[in-house]
Unconditional design. Sequence first.
Lengths: 437, 953
Amino acid sequence: MSKIQEHRVMLKYADDPEQATLAGYRHNGGYKALEKALESMTPDQVTEEVLASGLRGRGGAGFPTGRKWQFVPETDKPKYLAVNADESEPGTCKDRQIMELDPHQMLEGSLLCCYAIGAETAYIYIRGEYPHSIKATERAIEEAREAGLVGKNILGTDFSCDVWVHPGAGAYICGEETALLTSLEGNRGYPRIKPPFPAVEGLWRCPTIVNNVESLACVVHIINNGAEWFKGLGCEGSTGTRLFCVSGHIARPGVYELECGKFTLRELLEDFCGGTGTGRPIKGVMPGGSSFQVLTPDELDCTFDSDSVQKAGSSLGSGAIMVFDDSVSAVEVALNIAEFYSHESCGQCTPCREGSDWVRKLVARFCRGEAREGDIELLMDVTDRMDGTTICALAEALVWPVQSYVRKFRSEFEAGITRRAAEHEFGGFSKPVESVP
Amino acid sequence: MSVTLTIDDRQVTVPEGTTIWDAACQAGVEIPVLCHDPKLRPVGVCRMCAVEVEGARVMAAACVREAEDGMVVRTATEKVERCRGMLTELLLSEQPKQSPKEATTGDDKLFELARAYGVKVRLPQGNSRPQDDSSPAIAVDHQACILCDQCIRACNDIQNNDVIGRTGKGYTTRISFDLDNAMGKSTCVTCGECVAACPTGALINKEIEVPLRPREQLKTVPSVCPYCGVGCAIDYHVDEKENKVVFVDGRDNPGSGGRLCVKGRYGYDYTAHPHRLQTPLIRVDSAYPKGPLSAAVQSSTGEYEGKRKRKRKPGGIVDYDEVMPAFREATWDEALDFAAQRLREIKEQHGGGALAGFGSAKCTNEEAYLFQKLVRAGFGTNNVDHCTRLCHASSVVALLEMIGSGAVTTTFGDIKNADVALITGTNTTSNHPVAASFFKEAARAGTKLIVVDPIRTGIADYAWRFIQIRSSTDVTFYNAVMHVIIEEGLVDEAYVQKHTYDFDKVKESVKGYTPDVAAGICGVPAEAIREIALAYGRARAAVTYWGMGMSQHVYGTDNCRCIISLCLMTGNMGKHGAGLHPLRGQNNVQGASDAGLIPMVFNDYQSVADDAIRAKYEKHWGLELDPKPGLTMVEIITGALEGTVKGMYMVGENPFLSDPNTNKVRRALANLDFLVVQDIFLTETAEFADVILPSSSALEKLGTVTNTDRRVQVVRPVLTPPGEAREDWRVICDLSTRIGYPMPYEHPEEVFQEMIELGGAYKNLTYENLGLSGKLYPCDDPENSDGTVVMFGDGFPTENGKARFVPVQQSGPEELPDEEYPFVLITGRMLEHWHTGVMTRRSRTLDAIEPEAIVEMLGEDLQKLGVVEGDLVQVSSRRGSIRLKARETHRMQPGSIFIPFHFREAAANVLTSEKLDPDGKIPEFKFSAVKVERVVAGAPSERRAASGAVRRR
Ligand SMILES: Cc1cc2nc3c(=O)[nH]c(=O)nc-3n(C[C@H](O)[C@H](O)[C@H](O)COP(=O)(O)O)c2cc1C
Ligand code: SF4
Ligand code: SF4
Ligand code: SF4
Ligand code: FES
């Protein structure tokens, strides 16, 4: 038995089949937080509580949620909440657990946020490939509407709030908060230039909070149990519990609710998850979805929390931990990542649209063993120059991991250079790559 | 509020909201841009302008990011430079080896940057982006596209055509026309704004007559578009050796703002058409008695079959081989002497009244002035008119009668200041496309467009409310609107009291026009009438634009009186965003009218019947003048038919196609004893001439023209006239001198100043102070002011200084549909063609887009007739019939059809009636009863398969 234990807060009732219904949710204490807030807290107090809890966004960027809410200006304009349920980061499948097993939790968190920021409309932007989540969420909203929990004068108070589901259409980029907003407005899902940030100028140029599903689910428990309780979980910088999705070459994959700061990444993977399960050693770990740097076996002894993983040179990102063993070519993983991001680049800005495709082509050349002398430097140079020049962070989500693969598995890349191909284990390793010149 | 920031160690203070890029410009720091243009809304997509801002992790796009107080910006760090280099390299690696832009018009911004950065492409070259050659005017090379979105903004934000967007994602992203159609198959209206905006070779003009070359290698002449009344400013780029226009650019000017439409941008090559007349021609003896010479002119009169041996396929422009044998070449001296002698003879035998002249709204103000002077002083008659009679005569009559001035009271651009704009009887997107772009822009910014029209015109698509009224029920509709305004107490009593009289008469006359009564007559819901009345009545400022849908009726003057009353009773006059604007058709119809090309008035609308005024002219011109107002256009044609008018001089008019009832016109022209036609091509009218004088096109002379806004602009010689062709003003002077009334002018400006001396409207203006942008007349201070936008802030140029209300009652059209002629025919124009097609059908691009005559009708009407799109149909009225192809549209009402009148082989005016409005003397082009019959046999389904896809908008 591992010393690591799951600590279920958000997923506490996930195994209760009734939890997805309003009755079940209420039976297990649901909507108590909303009642409490509406009865005994001002909107500002809700925000204060969330701020004090140390909650950081669970969508990937890890921005303090309470601080974000405080950015909403005093204005006559309507305000909005957009719930980011687009969950498209490779390896990430946690929001789906909440939406399908406990949709009212997300709904309650959303209503709390709306109350706090003064929004009367919330849109839940759900990934189009999640039909079950869409259905479950819609059902929950209907039930809540009938019960007077959504709509006019919620729970008989002055607070009114309507909630709508908006299904995505399959573009990864629509998970980026500003692209999500342009998509909601009915336009192509193109990210917008920040500033202005959505909290100041978002949907239809009105103040809008964009929060991840899990972030909002946490809010419910913060209001129920207080900021101090929440801070008592996890560690400084990573308060509360967090959902992690472990996948890849791993003996026990799954979505786990864990407290950070109590163990190392290696312990998590090797003890709790049972190692690769292939009989081969770990070769690389992506600790926060594919958008961040890969960690090599010698980098796994960092404590498992946001700040420590960041210090180790990567990020917990969206909580998707992907593991691969030494049967895998690092160049191939890099290619997979490059292909994903170049395919998902919205194409709006030059460095990403053109750059990501050239990176893909270059990495493919390594993969086919057809790279030329100087291509490594070229790859590093191009990616370097892409960093920090784009409209949104998608380009960086390509640049950072690819650069880390080149740095950490340089010999494999070198092996992809024509002349040396035969000399290396993965030399000349190639899978057919479509349409690469 | 202002902010102070530091850019590359320079402090600069700018107003809040200024972008870093603008601030840098102010500080003298250059930041390269690719997707940014100060004319366009910044989008920040190319990232070329990315700069470092102290304290920020990522770079900021200077073109979008607003300057903040205390910001420290660095624009030339190593990091910044490296990024610029990478961007250029990335973009360049996809480009064709040579820039298509540099090879044509020059100025490829990307290639310039590449050279500046000395970029060498190290990246693998790609070539997987396609080309699109489907547009007749524009070549699209997606390979060269850098997705800077400038074309998108040019199309959507400047021209408001909403054609271009983006498709695909990542590397497969491309600009797309509509839903990724080929450009030529999209709703693109070929205005070329996107080409003008494109910084690379992705969108380039196709060659029209001479190979495209960079601007620097060409002579650039700033002038004015020769087509519609918007009078867009144009830079013509000319190959001097070839004496041909290579390409044009829209020129920034306070009226047109640098925008152009397809005609202005691509319709200039008619000037170099081989059909240009280059030598004076005299009819040979064997060609008498006079009659039509070409097959199409015969066929359109129904005399085609069997009369002549040499048949040719009907369609297209005149066949010179058919017509030329009837003429011989002559010297200028011979032709002018002959013409002068014959005209003099007629005058001597029958008096000046037996002579008449048609001038042209295509000529300059100076030429118009000289022409009417020639007719009045040389011929000794006031029988002088021009095509204004056929377009806005009724508007001008109503305006003069009610507010004392025939010109617009505000500009088309002033719509941006209006809450509500009533746009009625005008197909603005086709006929005044650049004005329409300002209307659409205003609509986007919140002006409510109320479009009232029997046709769902293009501008209706942008309307707040579109009312598709039954043809010819305008008076009822507007009387009902006024009824509601009065009922609801929305009359501006103070204004009415102070600035008008006879309001009670209108109040009385609209009493019976309740919305419910009107609803039944106009075929629109009473509620809609009420809603519009309230919106118009409550508007802070409401402006009215109208076109020939109002004026070209036998009660056209009444239509105009209604909308003028509506404007006056709500006090929508004398302030920004309010007023009256009849959209004038020709590029100089305003000017030609101002210059006195009207039978009743000298220049500046001074009555010929007024003794004092006439005395002034008699003194200045040195002879006695006829006090009797002359005949109008259609009356002159009738006179010719009846033999009272015997000799005519026509400059740049083609009444054969433009006047109603072509068959009557033909007989009238044939009946003239003597006809001099001065034109640039052998028109249908010229087939009846005794002498033909080759003249200059609009691009071949110096002078001034006045647009619909009252903007007087200088047109400059772009080309030299071909062969022996001469400028019209010189020819008029020569002929006048030979007739016995010497006109010793040396320069057009002498004429301009004489005009000003005799009539004050253009006071203070000179060619010099008109400069490049021109001036709106009246202009009190040309040195410092662009002229007057809003007229009549304080009273009207009438005797008592007040405007007069004129009540009107609904009368019916001349001829109502019946069992035999069940359809209503509305004639008009197409975007790509101009009037009788003489110019535009000789412009390759325009002709390629719309090569043939068509009739537009609803699918349901086509179906009833068993006709499919592309079928030949015969359209007949009581006056004649024509054959042309059917086109399906969603823009008509059931039972209404539309025929453009540009096509000689299917001349719409064969069908129209010459019945006139009693006051404006304008014919009813917008309502004739006709029948439509299927010509071809066979099942519709087979034919449908055979007929290709047709452009539809
Ligand atoms: C390319 C890209 C894709 C993203 N996709 C998602 C996503 O699928 N789900 C999500 O919650 N956040 C996603 N984000 C992060 C959001 O932009 C945003 O930071 C987040 O929704 C904020 O919510 P939080 O503060 O609650 O985490 C993405 C960001 C980028 C740059
Ligand atoms: S960085 Fe990529 S995904 Fe983001 S806006 Fe630019 S092109 Fe689109
Ligand atoms: S030519 Fe004009 S209408 Fe056509 S795509 Fe370009 S800007 Fe739009
Ligand atoms: S076609 Fe030209 S203007 Fe349009 S996006 Fe491409 S490069 Fe820019
Ligand atoms: S010029 Fe600023 S991003 Fe293109």
